[in-house]
Ligand binder design. Structure first.
Ligand SMILES: C=C(O[C@H]1C=CC=C(C(=O)O)[C@@H]1O)C(=O)O
Length: 394
């Protein structure tokens, strides 16, 4: 994916990155930042808050707003944090950390659930899948963390970016979602592009199928090769690609996806990913319309979607914003939405955090391996926090 043009109709400062908003400015509760390969999109101020996703989509269609930024929850019936910023700026420069992540001591306050319970749940879901109740379910667990020094969400987003523009780093104030989220933030770096729309061109880059990286290059290569030929991971991945093909079909005239996924890596993990490109049938369909139609994919939900969502609610309860999408859409309907993974929820006191990690479960998943996979996924947040990934190991 090359550099994409900035959303039109907004000013384009030559060098935005050095002027990162700092905490304590009046912008805190309405800051949106998404930074990746095509640069950084930064919403400041809040002109209008949308009570529902439908209201936001309608405002874009009626051309009565200049653009929308924010976060979609995992369950689209839950409150979203969507608003029209007073200003939306784009910099060609992606966010870069000022320095390596500051070393922090991170205390684990709770594991929700304990890894042994997560393993038991995975075993139960495998049995339910084998009994024919579903084909794939993505089960997640969370860890609650505490740090001594208050966290600056923008600096943490820069640490999540880690200098790698393939990581879509983000910091999103959640105040627009209502009282329950006052002062809270969502901060992370997602490798997974839910959807990008530029004119009639649509792109998705789903991820599913995972192996941990190794510092030893030979072992690292072996793990990548094993992932590429893992029947279990290829099957897990195929549910997501099939779902996207089906879900894009009503909106698109052409849909192109390679028959085999490619291997992509983050600093901590290898993944199977498929770059999908499509052409919109109706140019009135906005990036937000597409995000609402696609989220959550079986990379976070499962197959069939409704059954998987019921199982997820049963085992995990309310996921809030984890597993949803964060992004922006301008008045032309162009925009980017990334899947809300590899992230933390930061409490209003800026000292308490929740990190989430999930994994796709199919009929031949191994419950102990699924616990290990979630532990490996937590490493992204721990590295950004400047903590030892072993901090959350079972
Ligand atoms: C659910 C997560 O990852 C998804 C994205 C990539 C690979 C995944 C997997 O291999 O299970 C998950 O579908 C997460 O990071 O919490």
């Amino acid at each position: 994916m090359g550099t994409s043009p900035p959303p039109s109709g907004h000013r384009n400062p030559p060098d935005w990155a050095p002027n990162l908003p700092r905490l304590g400015t009046p912008l805190g509760g309405s800051t949106f930042l998404l930074s990746g390969r095509s640069g950084s999109v930064h919403g400041v101020g809040r002109e209008r808050t949308f009570a529902t996703t439908q209201a936001a989509a309608a405002a874009l269609h009626s051309r009565s707003c200049r653009g929308i930024v924010g976060a979609l929850p995992f369950d689209l019936d839950d409150p979203a944090a969507l608003w029209e910023p007073a200003d939306l700026t784009v910099s060609a420069q992606p966010l870069a950390p000022a320095a390596p992540p500051q070393r922090r001591s991170v205390t684990v306050l709770a594991r929700l659930p304990e890894p042994a319970e997560h393993q038991r749940r995975v075993g139960e879901i495998v049995a339910r899948i084998r009994a024919g109740q579903a084909q794939k379910v993505v089960l997640a667990r969370a860890v609650q963390l505490q740090v001594d020094e208050a966290i600056d969400p923008i600096a943490l987003a820069a640490a999540f970016a880690g200098g790698n523009t393939a990581n879509n780093a983000f910091a999103v104030a959640l105040d627009a979602a209502g009282e329950r989220y006052a002062g809270q933030w969502l901060v992370g770096a997602s490798p997974e592009l839910l959807v990008r729309r530029r004119g009639r061109s649509v792109q998705c880059r789903p991820y599913a199928g995972t192996a941990p990286r190794s510092p030893d290059p030979v072992v690292d290569e072996q793990r990548a090769a094993a992932l590429r030929s893992s029947a279990k991971d290829l099957a897990e991945h195929s549910f997501v690609v099939e779902y996207l093909r089906r879900s894009l079909a009503p909106f698109c005239t052409t849909i192109n996806a390679p028959t085999e996924p490619t291997l992509l890596s983050t600093g901590e993990l290898w993944h199977l990913a498929t770059p999908i490109s499509a052409t919109l049938a109706d140019p009135a369909t906005t990036a937000l319309d597409l995000a609402l139609a696609l989220s959550p994919t079986p990379a976070l939900g499962g197959t069939p979607s409704a059954v998987a969502s019921e199982m997820i609610a049963h085992y995990e309860g309310d996921r809030g914003f984890y597993g949803g999408a964060i992004g922006w859409c301008n008045s032309e309907g162009d925009g980017d939405w990334v899947v809300t993974i590899r992230c933390v929820g930061l409490a209003a006191d800026l000292h308490h955090l929740t990190a989430w990690a999930g994994g796709g479960i199919i009929a031949d998943s191994d419950p102990a391996a699924e616990v290990a996979e979630t532990t490996a996924k937590f490493a992204t947040a721990l590295r950004a926090l400047g903590a030892d990934p072993e901090t959350v190991a079972p």
